[in-house]
Design a binder for this molecule. Sequence first.
Ligand code: HEM
Length: 374
Amino acid sequence: MSDRNPPQTEPPMSKAASLASARKGGEALSTTAARRQKNGVCGLPKYNAPLAWVAALGAAWVFVLVALGAFTTSIGAGMIFPDWPLSNGSINPEGWLQNIAMFAEHSHRLSGMVMGLITITLAVWLWRSEERAWLRRAGWAALAIVIIQGIIGGKRVLLDSLSVPGFEMTYGQMLRIPHGILAQVYVCLLIAIAAGLSRGWVERAAGRLPPSAGLRRTGALCVGLLLVQLTVAASMRHNFAGLAIPTFPYSTAANDLLPASWDYRIALNFAHRAIAALLGVALLWFAAKLWRERGATLVMRCGASLMIALLVFQIMLGAHVIWQLREPHVTTGHVVCGALLLATTFWLTCLAYRDVIETASNARSESRKQAHTS
Ligand code: HEM
């Protein structure tokens, strides 16, 4: 990974020994800035192309998984198989390639398995070869989430008929909400790992003007707002409240902005629309900052344009979900585009925080090393 030319004052240390030493709590390995290749503000390890590609594969594959999950829910096929982890007692259930409901649910399960394998590879590879502690931790966190997601998904099937006193939804149906929310957190983690390992991140030129604190704060605010929106959206969708307000852009047939009556489904649906309007303003503000900021790279400026294109597309898809009475392909497109919008905004925010993350990580490694040696 890193430049292994040790400073004159220290004896040479093998890669395995230095990593083992780091994991024992000392972070002693080659974390001194002098040992690392100098890139930008912080000294970073060298670009590791194969590992970066596995991370990029994970960050892309997660959208296949999200699309299949969203389509399964949109056509109401979540319970097509009553068992788990096998489907009708098999890994290759009869007729699954002919029946669309079986195909959706079973391919979601299979793609989840592939996602698990990619995440295990990534976590172990990061643990064995990555010097930066934040990336090693992100790898373990991604692995923990993929395991939890598998278990929640399985319990959602197995507990589908377990009713909860006082609630319309069963216990299994309720589990769809944390499953949907955790999926978005998982997307963010994979994006952070892929960004941290990318060539642009580790090889950013020294002496470049860093993004301003204002830009970073705006990005963080937008990511926070998007996570709130996705949480409200998941609660709305799984409470069957997508058409609780059946008109758009107005809330009544008489063109009123506010709904004529209220219950929790209408409130969720209205909150989703109100937050979408807020997000429209917040994301435009973030994009304008990215376009104007001298510390933003060309990639960040292009990313800002992509973010706005996704925002416009997302709102158009949302309108069509209502106008076409939750047509499954449109609804699936809306869920996937929502995840892409979060991923793009989060990625841009990570890029804006790159120097802060790496400087803090370096400083922590240094102080741990000093504590270890003194
Ligand atoms: C930037 C803005 C928006 C984002 C990020 C967003 C995101 C999402 C997501 C992720 C879901 C699915 C949640 C899940 O299943 O876990 C969803 C559902 C939904 N969204 Fe949006 N949305 C936005 C704007 C809108 C707008 C403007 C409308 C128009 C009314 C809309 C209408 C809907 C509807 C009706 C559903 C539920 C679909 C169903 O019942 O299956 N969304 N949204």
